[in-house]
Design a protein around this ligand. Structure first.
Ligand SMILES: Cc1cc2nc3c(=O)[nH]c(=O)nc-3n(C[C@H](O)[C@H](O)[C@H](O)COP(=O)(O)O)c2cc1C
Length: 304
């Protein structure tokens, strides 16, 4: 059997496949026939400190090869997650990455510490695509805000911290460098691309929030570009995601420089997609006589 394990920010994952935050509810896993334990890690939907209602409907809209969403991160809040969900995830998952967000840097740090104190998380992922309430700008579209959030969290916790960045910037590599120099242990690239649709039946924006984020196969070349360019500029490891629908797509991200790969929108099309990606990568390695999948990471770059 080929070795699919990868080491990411000092932690060994048995395979590189993880759910993209917000697209797979781990506690519903038994209904889909996919077990949490099959995955490299389980990632929860982003939580905030306090409960949040999310955006008005409609919250999702199908597009050519993709999906627009403006869910708005509804959340029952940190206490509910820690009491009702996290223990069940910890029990069944091999590794646990907890996705958090905050409206201020202090809130990010407070929540990261609270998660660390449970002893149930292996890593913390900062969803830096939500807005800072003081500036109304998303954290990862402003270098100063981005640094502020990461520095605050790094001061508060010892767990490895992943910065999940928005692609809605002129130069994603600059934001990766800011994340690295602020102490982030790893990156997740990318969150959704800003977009919208018009419902021609009613001649109005299709989403209740007017604007949303585009995900799915439509964004794969854009996300791959982000991972490839980041890999050339930073030393910290990357979770690559954006439009992965097959093992071939996942392999492209790995060859571009991703150590872990996330699958989001495509789980809506095929709830067993993550399992198929894992088995497809394993078969590929067997057929190509590749003993360790990790040898493929970054192999699309010119040899140095
Ligand atoms: C319905 C939906 C909900 C999402 N919720 C979150 C979330 O709570 N936190 C987060 O960091 N990203 C969230 N995302 C973004 C995904 O995690 C991922 O970064 C993005 O969709 C690109 O991957 P994909 O093309 O495979 O979906 C969401 C995406 C979708 C489609």
């Amino acid at each position: 059997m080929p070795d699919l394990s990868v080491t990411f920010a000092g932690i060994t994952f048995k395979n590189p496949v993880v759910p993209a935050s917000g697209t797979w509810e781990p506690l519903d896993a038994p209904d889909t026939g996919l077990a949490m334990s099959e995955l490299g890690a389980v990632v929860n939907k982003t939580i905030f400190k306090e409960p949040r209602a999310g955006n008005p409907p409609p919250r999702i809209w199908e597009t050519a090869s993709g999906m627009l969403n403006a869910i708005g991160i509804p959340s029952a809040g940190a206490d509910d997650f820690i009491k009702k969900k996290l223990p069940k995830i910890r029990k069944h998952a091999d590794k646990v990455i907890v996705s958090i967000a905050g409206y201020t840097a202090d809130e990010f740090a407070w929540l990261a510490k609270k998660i660390e104190q449970t002893g149930m998380a292996d890593m913390i992922e900062l969803n830096l695509s939500c807005p800072n309430i003081e500036s109304h700008t998303s954290w990862s579209t402003d270098p100063a805000l981005l640094a502020q959030a990461i520095v605050a969290v790094k001061k508060a916790v010892k767990l490895p911290v992943i910065a999940k960045l928005s692609p809605n910037v002129t130069d994603i590599a600059e934001m990766c460098l800011v994340s690295e120099s602020s102490g982030a242990d790893a990156l997740t690239l990318v969150n959704t691309f800003r977009g919208m649709a018009i419902d021609i039946k009613v001649k109005k924006p299709a989403l209740g929030n007017i604007f949303g984020g585009l995900s799915g196969p439509a964004i794969k070349p854009l996300a791959l570009y982000a991972v490839y360019t980041a890999y050339e500029r930073v030393k910290i490891p990357i979770i690559g995601m954006g439009g992965i629908a097959s093992w071939q797509d996942a392999l492209e991200f790995i060859l571009a420089g991703a150590t872990l790969v996330g699958i989001g929108m495509y789980t809506f099309v095929n709830p067993l997609c993550m399992r198929h990606v894992i088995s497809g990568l394993s078969n590929y390695c067997s057929e190509q006589n590749i003993e360790k999948l990790s040898d493929c990471i970054g192999k699309a770059h010119p040899a140095t």
